[in-house]
Design a protein around this ligand. Structure first.
Ligand code: NAP
Length: 374
């Protein structure tokens, strides 16, 4: 088989950098001829892969893109909207693998999460599908954590309350959170930080710094250090953010179910976490499932679940972004039956690295599925 030409767009962004790191770790570059594209630095040196440094190609050149058999883009929705259809209209017949949400609900698109929906992916390839899109990071991580319950068809509905990290919004945003923390620290004296006297003056000063007009908020539009931002993505005007709307729409599409089969709603909240999205889920199950059964079901579904028993010691040490960041395990814990009319309603907390299983990992796995199939 001739080696496939694979174009990578968005490789220096938050998702793209993790994608490259994972592809190097798994030797994915050994089986492809990779070209790197840029929207901002055409002709500049690209990343060094297998000791070879490439030169960046213009990500807006239809001719250059059309030479690729497969394109993976982590560039973002605006890029996808401006290039995908133009490339198809240009006569390109390759495969497009995308991290952005722009085309997820397009009827040509298959949302990719192979440990959960490998059959849908294979079916789409068989039917000539050429558009494969990674799911929303919070949904993907929750579905990874709960795959065992899904496979057993046990979920009636879910309320998903998310705690989403700064890096989920991109490279500039995570820098801004760190810059906000640095700004606050820079403006405190060693005396103020000393553990003596009343803490109230320190708390008041930090509160003032968080609200100061000198705090960098250009990207988030509001303080995140020491605060939360209770809205992610655009306002749909019906009380929901677009991020919240994705919950139900994508869950059902990923599972190959009719629209609205599993009702999902909740609130999506940005928190001052560097990396990893958490989701506190309330779910109604179709029958009682005790903790031992639940632990077995979710752990047996695939190798990337880390079940954390519902006690304080295990939860505090293992079910946290600090513990899970940078790993391919999705933490699942805080499982308990809720005291609500004795119905089979349970709580669970999932914690996963949104840059790995929530973004980059499904993309590189899709590349490998295609390389084996086409
Ligand atoms: P990002 O970090 O903002 O990167 C996107 C592009 O921005 C880069 O490829 C780069 O393009 C450009 N850029 C401009 N200034 C930059 C800087 N200072 N550092 C790095 N890149 C800079 O976006 P992202 O978070 O990777 O997200 C990409 C897509 O994936 C989005 O559609 C997003 O919704 C989706 N997604 C993100 C996550 C996540 O956790 N972040 C998870 C799932 C899906 P050039 O090199 O061409 O200039």
């Amino acid at each position: 088989k001739p080696v496939k030409q694979v174009g990578i767009v968005g490789w220096r962004g938050m998702v793209g950098s993790v994608l490259l790191q994972r592809m190097v770790e798994e030797n994915d570059f050994n089986d492809i001829a990779a070209s790197f594209f840029s929207t901002s630095s055409v002709g500049a040196p690209g990343p060094v892969i297998n000791s070879v440094r490439s030169v960046l190609t213009d990500a807006y050149s239809l001719d250059a893109l059309a030479e690729m058999d497969i394109i993976i883009t982590c560039q973002g929705g605006e890029y996808t909207k401006s290039m995908y259809q133009s490339l198809i209209d240009h006569g390109w017949e390759g495969y497009w693998i995308d991290a952005a949400s722009a085309l997820r609900m397009d009827e040509r698109a298959c949302i990719i999460l192979d440990p959960v929906n490998r059959e849908n992916i294979d079916d789409s390839i068989k039917k000539g599908g050429k558009l494969f899109v990674g799911g929303n990071c919070s949904i993907t991580l929750s579905l990874m954590g709960l795959a065992g319950l899904i496979k057993a068809d046990l979920i009636e509905w879910m309320s998903v309350m998310t705690y989403q990290s700064a890096s989920g919004a991109g490279a500039k945003h995570v820098r801004e959170l760190i810059a906000q923390s640095a700004f606050v620290t820079r403006n405190l004296t060693p005396d103020e930080l000393e553990n003596a006297g009343s803490v109230l003056p320190l708390v008041n000063k930090v509160s003032e710094l968080i609200n100061s007009s000198d705090l960098p908020v250009e990207n988030f539009g509001a303080p995140l250090m020491g605060s939360i931002i209770p809205w992610i993505d655009s306002d749909l005007g019906d009380g929901n953010s677009r991020e919240e709307w994705k919950g139900e729409a994508e869950t059902n599409k990923i599972l190959g179910l009719k629209k609205g089969t599993i009702p999902v709603n909740g609130l999506c909240i940005r928190v001052g976490v560097i990396r990893c999205h958490s989701a506190a889920i309330t779910m109604k199950l179709k029958r009682e499932v005790d903790e031992a059964d639940f632990a077995k079901m979710v752990s047996d579904a695939h190798p990337w679940v880390k079940y954390v028993p519902n006690n304080k010691e295990a939860s505090v040490s293992q079910l946290t972004p600090a513990h899970i960041s940078g790993t391919l395990k999705v933490g699942v814990g805080r499982y308990k039956k809720m005291a609500l009319n004795n119905e089979p309603v349970y709580s669970v907390l999932t914690v996963g690295d949104q840059l790995l299983w929530g973004a980059a990992e499904p993309l590189r796995r899709m590349l490998n599925i295609l390389l084996n199939r086409i």
